[in-house]
Design a protein around this ligand. Structure first.
Ligand code: NAD
Ligand code: DAU
Length: 339
């Protein structure tokens, strides 16, 4: 069994690589990643020592490079994590989101058609459903909720999902899609809420909360997402979409306060800043289908997951200190200075 994992040098992709190498000692994993600002080879240090793992530095939009990799690897399964993933960046500069997230998906699926595969899996997001109101806790995203994207990022992911389903219907490509809620855990890039707040709090720096901090996200520990994808690629029905989430809704401000408490830092660090444009209010996944059909249930409770995450950032300072000392400094200045 050979699996191509794209975007494996990023947050969730790398966690998935480690999950698969550990669980299936007879599988070959070929990671394809062009190492954008969000991809780090140091993240894959442990995997690179494993003879079952191979790394290809390539852009998923580069048809020639992708074809060569498919020719060499003859994959049974392709799992596509590669994407531009940060909503704020998509608001400032949408173009690369459309290229990677839509056209890159097309290139990968064309290669799947050309060389033949057993499964193409698209890693999508709950953001394709838009958002839910705060005052209707009874409403959840199901797989039947209409696509209603808000940001250039989520519109690009929604477009890719539509293309994936179109390749299934038109060409019979054996596809599956997972739409997961917000992940957290090891190797989460410092631009995202949880790692940003941990790292800033450790440095006694302001903790920039958008708007009033009342927006709600549905947090899932990253290894639970990896297990869901593992189940879907092996047992999921072709042509199907599976929502993935653990019923763990929390307001941003509560997360930030919890991080302050766990790190013994003062809440005075919290600084309310201008809101994100078009800011989605609430995400909440109904995971009934994946539970009923595939038996998936999340294993990590938020109280444990957040402690594990904080511990990981305390023990892996070198990983994030290297990142935040590079181009991230310009990004941070542009995004937060005078906000
Ligand atoms: P990330 O930004 O941490 O990692 C993305 C990876 O993709 C990086 O290693 C980057 O180098 C690589 N990449 C980007 N453009 C590429 C290209 N053109 N060719 C090859 N590689 C490229 O992202 P993440 O948070 O790990 O998200 C992974 C996937 O999961 C994305 O598709 C995202 O939409 C989806 N998702 C993320 C979350 C979340 O909470 N982070 C939740 C649901 C779904
Ligand atoms: O729901 C899944 C999505 O979750 C994924 O598809 C995306 O790839 C991933 O980035 C994530 O998107 P969010 O926009 O929800 O994540 P982010 O960490 O950027 O922000 C989480 C919430 O915190 C959001 O309401 C904005 C807020 N926020 C974020 C940052 C970076 C702040 O208040 N301050 C900040 O500095």
């Amino acid at each position: 069994m050979t699996i191509i994992v794209t975007g494996g040098a990023g947050f969730i992709g790398s966690n998935f690589v480690y999950h698969m190498l550990k669980k299936y000692s007879d599988y070959k994993i070929a990671c394809v990643d062009c190492l954008t600002y969000a991809g780090n080879l140091s993240t894959l240090e442990g995997a690179l020592k494993n003879p079952n793992f191979k790394f290809y530095k390539a852009d998923i939009c580069d048809r020639e490079a992708i074809d060569k990799i498919f020719e060499a690897e003859k994959p049974n399964i392709v799992v596509n994590f590669a994407a531009e993933s940060h909503v704020d960046r998509s608001i400032n500069d949408p173009e690369v989101f459309l290229k990677t997230n839509i056209l890159g998906t097309q290139v990968l699926m064309d290669a799947c058609r050309k060389y033949g595969i057993d499964r193409y899996h698209q890693v999508s997001t709950d953001e394709v459903y838009g958002d839910l109101p705060l005052d209707r806790p009874d409403l959840l995203f199901t797989e039947k909720t209409p696509i209603h994207a808000s940001s250039p990022y989520s519109a690009s992911k929604a477009s890719a999902d539509l293309l994936v389903l179109a390749y299934h219907r038109t060409y019979g490509l054996p596809v599956t899609i997972s739409r997961c809620s917000n992940n957290y855990g090891p190797y989460h890039f410092p631009e995202k809420l949880i790692p940003l707040m941990i790292i800033n709090a450790l440095g006694e720096k302001p903790l920039p909360v958008y708007g009033k901090g009342e927006n709600v996200r549905d947090w899932l520990y990253v290894s639970d997402h990896c297990e869901a994808i593992d189940l879907i690629i092996h047992k999921g029905a072709v042509g199907e979409v599976y929502n993935v989430g653990g019923h763990n809704e929390m307001a941003n401000i509560d997360i930030v306060k919890l991080i302050c408490k766990r790190l013994g830092k003062s809440e005075d660090l919290i600084t309310y800043v201008a809101d994100r444009k078009g800011h989605d209010m609430r995400y909440a996944i109904d995971p009934t289908k994946i539970h009923r059909e595939l038996g998936w249930l999340p294993k990590t409770k938020f109280e444990n997951g957040i402690d594990l995450t904080i511990k990981w950032y305390l023990e892996n300072r070198k990983w994030w200190e290297t990142i935040i000392s590079g181009e991230y400094r310009d990004y941070y200045k542009q995004m937060y200075e005078n906000r």
